[in-house]
Design a protein around this ligand. Structure first.
Ligand code: AMP
Length: 282
């Protein structure tokens, strides 16, 4: 596996792959890899001749009061894990390499962002869309891989790729969880032991909502209420949001029907965690 930190070297690598007719799968990440990231890498390995993973904690997608500085980083460990998952090239640029000067243009996302994390983190998805546009131009991937753990991100990127005719396929991968149900996240290392013990309740709360739908409930309000009250009782966290929306449009629904997302975000002392369930309803 090669590790590249400079755009000029990356361009040469990509050109060589293209010249030899290799399909490219791209796995964008912020690093501090775990099984969730590696599931994306393995899927990319299955589907493509060349797999590029990026590790870049993108300042554009963090708000001023968010955790850009404390976001966990460990490139030495990430290298070993990425290599074991079959990655061919790890692109890990410094911030100055990606943003050497004040940018003259950026992406603005126009849909699917006035809810969930888009509402709570103003500008977040514009930052995600901007960095992905740069990565898509640099890597020219045939396929790009995203986790359903960040379901709103997947919906936003699918919308962006379609609206702007990026010549690539967006591939989504199911959320990978710890044995106790907690969605794997780089931010889980910031939980205290007590918080870590309570955090699986986020998924338990969402499962409760899912069961209510399976049992015939078709009104969002009692489901949201039940999820919120479970989180309040058991998660030891402050609720940031609980929402039930259509998926991938992310619009409010009066009556539950078709594909929907149940999503929650909570705040622990040093980590904000998100989780969701996307399901099809009769
Ligand atoms: P991040 O490093 O948090 O930006 O995540 C990079 C990619 O990995 C995104 O597409 C995430 O949705 C995906 N990802 C993160 N956690 C998980 C997980 N537990 N299961 C599946 N995919 C994940």
């Amino acid at each position: 596996m090669r590790v590249i930190r400079k755009i000029t070297e990356l361009r040469a690598f990509v050109q060589a792959q293209k010249a030899s007719g290799c399909s490219i799968g791209l796995v964008p990440t912020m690093g501090y890899l775990h099984e969730g990231h590696l599931a994306l890498a393995r899927k990319a390995r299955e589907d493509n001749e060349t797999v590029i993973m990026t590790i870049f904690v993108n300042p554009l997608q963090f708000g001023p009061a968010e955790d850009f500085d404390s976001y966990p980083r460990d490139l030495a460990r990430d290298r070993l894990q990425a290599e074991a998952a079959g990655v061919d090239l790890l692109f890990a640029p410094e911030v100055e390499e990606m943003y050497p000067k004040q940018p003259a243009a950026a992406l603005k996302v126009l849909a699917r962002t006035n809810c969930l994390c888009g509402k709570k983190r103003p500008g977040h998805f514009d930052g995600v869309a901007t960095v992905l546009t740069k990565l898509f131009h640099l890597m020219q991937p045939d396929r790009a891989y995203f986790g359903m753990k960040d379901a709103q991100q997947a919906a936003v990127i699918e919308g962006m790729v379609e609206s702007l005719n990026f010549p690539l396929e967006v591939v989504t991968v199911e959320t990978v969880r710890e044995a106790d149900g907690l969605a794997k996240s780089s931010r889980n290392v910031h939980l205290t032991p007590e918080e870590r013990e309570a955090a699986p309740q986020i998924y338990q709360a969402l499962l409760k909502g899912q069961r209510m739908i399976e049992q015939g409930e078709r009104h969002p309000a009692p489901i949201i209420q039940e999820i919120a009250s479970h989180l309040q009782k058991y998660s030891r966290a402050a609720i940031d949001y609980v929402e039930l929306l259509s998926y991938p449009e992310l619009e409010p629904v009066k009556t539950i029907q078709g594909k929907i997302i149940l999503a929650a975000a909570v705040k622990y002392s040093a980590a904000r965690l998100i989780d969701n369930i996307v399901m099809n309803c009769e």
